[in-house]
Design a protein around this ligand. Structure first.
Ligand SMILES: [Zn+2]
Ligand SMILES: [Zn+2]
Length: 163
């Protein structure tokens, strides 16, 4: 969480606060899939965002899905306030005890990616851009932890509109 907070401050220039957003995700559990429907969680996150915040990002260990896909690394409200990232499929060792630098790097990348969507960024065709859509962990490892020049300008414009 610390690494994500630091990198968010670097990427977007906003200060961050960390804490527990939702204690219980059972409302989003799909009994047949044994996965959690991320869109439902986003609604709850948006409703619980503190007044002095402009965005909320959740990090969860549970496996997330949206109905049209087998799983997602995360989801965000495009141009909205809430975003979420799951660590479930990003851990190559599969063990919660083994927190490798690469695992942290993947979480950071996907966190910035999802937050980017809340600033109205869509998927970018530039392979190294953090807004590039990733199908698997290799795609995540291949992209950089930076927005490309085009996406950076888009975010800066969006942030100016907030001020
Ligand atoms: Zn995306
Ligand atoms: Zn881009």
């Amino acid at each position: 969480m610390e690494a994500v907070a630091t990198e968010i401050e670097r990427a977007f220039g906003f200060s961050t606060e960390t804490g527990t957003a939702l204690e219980d995700l059972s409302f989003a559990l799909d009994q047949n899939r044994h996965q959690y429907h991320s869109t439902l969680i986003l609604e709850q996150l948006a409703a619980r965002m503190p007044d002095h915040c402009i965005r909320i990002l959740a990090i969860t260990q549970v496996d997330l899905f949206i109905p049209i896909l087998t799983h997602v690394y995360g989801e965000a409200q495009l141009g909205g306030s809430a975003s979420i990232v799951s660590t479930y499929r990003l851990n190559e060792s599969g063990s919660a005890m083994n927190i490798s630098p690469r695992f942290i790097e993947r979480i950071v990348k996907e966190a910035i990616h999802e937050l980017g969507h809340t600033f109205n960024l869509r998927h970018c065709s530039e392979h190294t851009c953090i807004m590039h859509y990733c199908r698997n962990e290799e795609d995540v490892d291949r992209k950089s932890d930076e927005l490309c020049r085009y996406c950076k300008v888009m975010v800066e414009d969006e942030i100016k509109r907030l001020e």
